[in-house]
Design a protein around this ligand. Structure first.
Ligand code: TXA
Ligand code: MG
Length: 344
């Protein structure tokens, strides 16, 4: 199959992409978070092709993307006021809300769950494609399962050229990490995945938030978890990653003590001079955490090379979007962290 390349500024793109979706095809779509691999979320066969293309486990449910917030009423029932409050505050935007699913949503899409994750993305062309298709678009991140997410159309083509119908190129994603997921189906609101909307922002609307244990620790692959996706190895390049915590100086001293040829260092731009002889790759500025979230996955993809022996990574501290960057890096490192202030 030839994968059509559709620039988002081409006025014909929304119609072409929407036709493919209506006909049961797969289209990779830009969003403000990451590129998604989209299909008609109400068509079980189309959805099954997403799982095949990604090599994704069948029990890992998909997010339904809508063009307008009020459309969630067609796919969800018993929607609490909190969901409307969140939608009002953060949609279109990098927030996904888990709600009870109506029967119209196929079990293929929900991974067999009675709930469904919904999101209104902050990308005008993608919302136009959804509106023209007339169906919600189910879309996981467009990476091959287990690999770092796709934040450019080139990443998508690297993973899927010739295997999907089309990719819409909307340029690099602004946020760069996937949406925040909050579950409103189970008593207290629960954070299942941190993202562009911070826990502080959620609490400002909800007044309360439980942080799911899958956010803060490695989850056993056989465990029963709220977000099935959280238990799989994620975002990971081919080689082991270790996060080196501590001050700039202590971390550099630790890395220089342990570095051997074949290793790489993933650091902040400000730290590049410290690692001149350690094959450094910067993913953004420590002083501007949004550049770190925007650059993280492109850097992890560049480091996805079996010839690399080990990656030493530097991780930002603090809340806001830094919290999401910490989460993705910790997952890439399988929660392997050394504290250079205390360890030799
Ligand atoms: O930013 C994003 O959310 C991107 C863009 C394309 O919108 N999408 C994305 O999808 O990251 P994916 O499939 O890579 O991650 C979705 C996560 C998975 O961890 C999945 O287990 C969880 O959402 N999820 C989906 N439906 C759920 C549900 N009903 N209950 C709990 N977790 C759910
Ligand atoms: Mg994903």
């Amino acid at each position: 199959m030839k994968t059509l390349y559709l620039p988002s500024e081409d006025p014909k793109t929304p119609e072409t992409a929407a036709e493919i979706i209506k006909n049961g095809g797969l289209v990779a779509l830009p969003t403000e978070t990451v590129y998604g691999l989209g299909a008609n979320g109400l068509d079980e066969v189309a959805v099954s092709h997403i799982f095949e293309a990604k090599g994704r486990p069948q029990d890992n449910p998909l997010i339904l993307h809508v063009a307008k917030p009020q459309e969630i009423e067609k796919f969800c029932h018993d929607i609490p006021k909190a969901a409307y409050d969140l939608a009002e505050a953060f949609w279109p935007g990098p927030l996904t809300i888990v709600l009870p699913a109506r029967d119209i949503v196929p079990k293929r899409t929900t991974g067999g769950l009675s709930t469904v994750a919904v999101r209104c993305p902050d990308n005008a062309v993608t919302r136009e494609i959804i509106a023209r298709a007339g169906v919600p678009i189910a879309a996981p991140s467009a990476n091959l399962s287990g690999k770092p997410s796709t934040t450019t159309a080139q990443h998508v083509l690297h993973d899927h050229d010739g295997r999907i119908d089309a990719v819409v190129d909307g340029g690099p994603c602004r946020v760069g990490v996937e949406s925040t997921i909050v579950d409103l189906t189970d008593g207290r609101p629960r954070l299942l995945r941190p993202g562009g909307i911070s826990p502080e922002q959620l609490i400002s609307i909800l007044g309360d938030l439980v942080i799911d244990k899958a956010v803060t620790a490695q989850i056993d692959k056989d465990a029963v978890v709220k977000a099935p996706g959280m238990k799989y190895r994620h975002y990971a390049p081919a080689e082991p990653v270790v996060i080196v915590a501590g001050s700039r100086e202590k971390a550099a001293a630790y890395i220089h003590r342990h570095f051997i040829p074949g290793d790489r260092v993933l650091c902040f731009e400000e730290e590049l001079p410290l690692y001149a002889d350690c094959a450094p790759l910067a993913y953004g500025k420590e002083s501007d955490v949004e550049t770190l979230s925007a650059g993280l996955f492109a850097a992890l993809r560049e480091l996805d090379d079996p010839a690399i022996h080990q990656v030493y990574a530097r991780c930002p501290v603090g809340g806001g979007v830094a919290y999401a960057v910490q989460n993705r890096l910790k997952k890439a490192a399988a929660f392997h962290i050394v504290d250079s202030e205390v360890e030799e």
